[in-house]
Design a protein around this ligand. Structure first.
Ligand code: 13P
Ligand code: SF4
Length: 392
């Protein structure tokens, strides 16, 4: 490995990046969810003290979970940080916390609600913190797809597998139909489990994680995978294609990781000789193929931590995490894979004013922004989540 030592270089800002930061307005990506209370001003110089005081007042009654893509201003108040798999386990392992404040996105808070007791309340500080990928698979669309598979005579031997990044409805569907949830750290194990029970998999909603795992890790041919487009009749596939496929990929993707392209990889290799390219499996197949290392958020963190001093890394995942890694490892050169800013706009919705507001309301005895999943959906979603937690 080549040794290089240059400080962190902030990627360039673009008008789009401003929009992603929430400073513009994007009517189609926001659901118009407003904070139902008095949000502190972002300029309030006492926000940190207020968050500390409210958290101290709540004491053991509150447990704050922080996903790695959260802003630094929020992460400093997390009792535990992690990827979606670790946070689901952490939520399940806190039966004594009355409030789980989830600094992440909606599907993660739903999973926490499913895995915690009825007495516990899961709070999402900003209800507009959704996930565009999860929104790409709605229950009526998936039910329609299952009918298409049934009509083609293949549903019976198909096992549905959903990425954690999906709504509770979809997890419930998967649980009801003998399937399992997976995350980016256990997708291979979940697929092995599924193929021990059926001939083919319907993989929801991230086509890239599904394809990358099947082709790169399990040795499938690209032709073994077909892409089901929920916006086309019959998913845009023939009965023959459905019958011959080993993997039916849902046409969904992450708008953050989908921005990294093959030219980003080629360009960084020219810009930083000897650089190691490290990407998340939500990136496109050609990006993952061109990278040196591929893995979940926790894997990315471990890889940088364990890398020798003086090595250079271009990391293809959300910018808050990459910048934090660069700051934590000044002995290594960590750069962002893209030249321009690329945050997850919905993760960024959770900021310090929303966290202060949620904690202060809870401390005052008012439960706000509680995420609840109905009993029937929760039951079947729990079945699919528990199958995942029990994977070898
Ligand atoms: P992990 O946390 O499983 O790595 O997934 C990344 C992600 O996109 C979360 O929204
Ligand atoms: Fe969804 Fe991608 Fe944001 Fe994760 S990073 S919450 S998958 S849009």
């Amino acid at each position: 490995m080549t040794t290089i030592n240059r400080p962190w270089a902030e990627p360039e800002s673009t008008p789009l990046a401003l929009l992603l930061l929430g400073r513009g307005s994007d009517a189609s990506s926001e659901r118009g969810v407003e904070c139902p209370g008095e949000l502190p001003a972002p300029s309030d110089p006492f926000l940190v003290e207020r968050a500390r005081a409210a958290k101290a007042k709540l004491g053991e009654r509150v447990f704050v979970l922080g996903h790695h893509y959260q802003r630094d201003e929020v992460i400093q108040f997390a009792d535990v940080t992690g990827d979606s798999f670790k946070l689901a386990r952490e939520a399940a392992a806190r039966p004594d916390a009355e409030f789980i404040v989830f600094c992440g996105v909606h599907f993660m808070a739903e999973s926490a609600d499913i895995l915690t007791s009825d007495a516990q309340k899961v709070i999402l500080p900003d209800l507009a913190a959704g996930c565009s990928m999860a929104d790409m698979a709605a229950l009526p669309q998936v039910e329609r797809a299952w009918d298409v598979l049934s009509d083609a005579g293949v549903a019976e031997m198909t096992v549905p597998v959903t990425y954690m990044n999906s709504s509770a409805d979809i997890k419930g569907f998967v649980g009801r139909h003998g399937g399992v949830v997976c995350t980016s750290s256990n997708a291979r194990r979940a697929l092995d489990w599924a193929y021990s029970r059926g001939h083919r998999v319907l993989f929801l909603p991230d086509q890239h994680l599904g394809r990358n795992t099947a082709v790169r890790e399990m040795g499938f041919d690209a032709d073994d995978c077909v892409l089901y487009d929920p916006h086309k009749p019959g998913g845009g596939l023939t009965v023959k294609q459905l019958r011959e496929a080993k993997m039916i990929l849902w046409r969904g993707h992450c708008s953050v990781h989908g921005r990294f392209t093959l030219s980003c990889v080629q360009e960084v290799r020219l810009r930083v000789p000897g650089v190691n390219v490290l990407v998340h499996p939500e990136c496109r197949y050609e990006v993952v193929q061109a990278a040196d290392y591929v893995g979940s958020t926790e894997y990315i963190i471990r890889t940088i931590e364990n890398a020798p001093a003086g090595t250079a890394w271009a990391v293809g995942t959300e910018l808050n995490l990459v910048r934090r890694l660069a700051n934590a490892h000044p002995d290594k050169q960590v750069t962002f894979l893209d030249r321009t800013v690329c945050y997850c706009s919905t993760m960024n919705r959770i900021d310090l004013p929303h966290l202060v507001w949620a904690l202060e309301e809870l401390a005052a005895g008012r439960v706000v922004n509680q995420i609840t999943v109905d009993t029937d959906t929760a039951h079947y979603a729990r079945v699919a989540l528990e199958r995942m937690l029990a994977l070898p």
